[in-house]
Design a binder for this molecule. Structure first.
Ligand code: ATP
Ligand code: MG
Length: 414
């Protein structure tokens, strides 16, 4: 029955794998806290306009990838494909403009109708940060440094490259757009159909095309960096100086644009060669026009999002979780005692597993399977003496311990 399979592009994340997801989220939560970013959670669906009006009606996300439906009340709803637009919407509707500068981070599922492959799904997860209300490049330096620190903490920074570009302010971008369109018009017969369409509505997007023919044309296109006016150039110089001062290494990639319409000045991606075609781990930039475009007050912003699945694939050694203590009752009489004992150990902060049924041999097997660090064996003889046998699973050594000092004895396994 096809309905018993997960929907194409979605998957069950089983316990072994979700450990890495949780680790990615924990590392970001802790670092974000250290950098002064507070968590925000916006709904996983919004009115479609929140995305269609902000991401740009020529972006891949809006033209091809949105999960949009009409709800029973006739509202047009979209499952969020990303979270920056949702945060901007919340900023406006919650009146957060009083609290600038605002530093936020988020985590959660996103939805895009894409062709599923390794590192690309229809439901995936992101963690991300947004810094709202700071005009200058020091904000970009801070969020990029946080991104590098995050990847370093996960042990993947040395497998990643920070690619950096400037899209300039709107004057610079308009000047560049004119140059680019002239160039592309001369090569239009080599462009893909998608790109011919973009040529009219959003030519910059062609720089981001994954089509091989487009890529060949783009290779000879004029460079954005040559069109930056002096204000844009100063902004970018200050950004790279700030990154250098913090020891964040980068390479300039003058072809780097972001897939979404609302970016200006800073654009960056941490990419890796280890995941095949899905090489972007963490990506972001500056979006000074977004909040105003949505109907809010002019508010600059900068931030990034990272794909949790892709990071989880890269992590080799998520830290080991603490090993449990197995409580093993022998015989019927010990059962209720085992249950109370287990509960008191858990309340004392010890990770404890209680076997449900089976003989001693079967339960010892389970203790091995769950990688128990020690087994507390409650046998009839021991119970008569108000004691339990504690077996150290590494050494195999077994000691009888009075129940009254059991907690103390087990503290070594914390
Ligand atoms: P790509 O070029 O790979 O499609 P993108 O530019 O669409 O990426 P962003 O919108 O910048 O990606 O999202 C930030 C990050 O989220 C990406 O770098 C990636 O790690 C992750 N990501 C995006 N789309 C998916 C997806 N469909 N499945 C898994 N992860 C994704
Ligand atoms: Mg994409």
């Amino acid at each position: 029955m096809s309905s018993l399979k997960p929907v194409r592009g979605t998957r069950d994340i089983l316990p072994e794998e979700i450990k890495n997801h949780r680790y990615v989220e924990t590392v970001l939560s802790e670092l974000a806290d250290r950098y002064g970013f507070d968590e925000i959670a916006t709904p996983i669906f919004e009115f479609s306009e929140v995305f269609s009006r902000t991401l740009g009606d020529t972006s891949d996300i809006v033209t091809k990838e949105m999960y949009t439906f009409e709800d029973k009340g006739g509202e047009k709803i979209t499952l969020r494909p990303e979270n920056t637009a949702g945060v901007a919407r919340a900023f406006i509707s919650e009146g957060l403009a009083q609290n600038l500068p605002l530093k936020l981070f988020y985590r959660g599922p996103m939805f895009r109708y894409e062709r599923p492959q390794k590192g690309r799904q229809r439901q995936f997860h992101q963690v991300g940060v947004e810094l709202l209300g700071v005009e200058g490049p020091q904000a970009d330096v801070e969020v990029i440094a946080l991104g590098a620190h995050f990847l370093e903490a996960l042990g993947v920074l040395d497998k990643a490259t920070l690619e950096l570009n400037s899209l300039g302010d709107s004057d610079s971008r308009n000047a560049y757009r004119a140059l680019l369109v002239d160039y592309l018009m001369d090569h239009r017969e080599k462009l893909s159909e998608d790109s011919l369409e973009r040529l009219e509505r959003n030519p910059l997007r062609i720089l981001d095309s994954k089509n091989e023919g487009d890529k060949a044309v783009v290779a000879g296109a004029p460079l954005m960096t040559d069109s930056l006016n002096s204000a844009s150039r100063d902004f970018f110089d200050e950004l790279v100086a700030g990154l250098s001062a913090l020891g964040v290494s980068y390479t300039l990639n003058p072809r780097l644009v972001r897939g979404l319409d609302y970016y200006c000045h800073t654009a960056f991606e941490f990419t890796t060669r280890e995941l095949g075609a899905q090489g972007t781990l963490l990506a972001g930039g500056r979006y000074d026009g977004l909040i105003k475009q949505m109907g809010g007050p002019q508010t600059p912003g900068t931030g990034w999002a990272a794909g949790v699945e892709r990071l989880a694939l890269m992590i080799m050694d998520a830290p080991a979780v603490p090993r449990p203590i197995a409580v093993i009752p022998v015989g019927e009489d010990a059962r209720s005692q085992a249950m109370t004992l287990t509960q008191s150990l858990r309340k004392a902060g010890l990770k404890t597993d209680l076997g449900y049924s089976g003989n001693m041999g079967k339960r010892m097997k389970r203790a091995n399977k769950i990688n128990a660090v020690a087994a507390v064996i409650l046998g009839e003889d021991e119970l008569v003496r108000n004691a339990a046998s504690v077996r150290d699973m590494e050494s195999g050594e077994q000691t009888e311990v009075p129940l009254s000092s059991l907690e103390n004895h087990l503290a070594r396994y914390r």
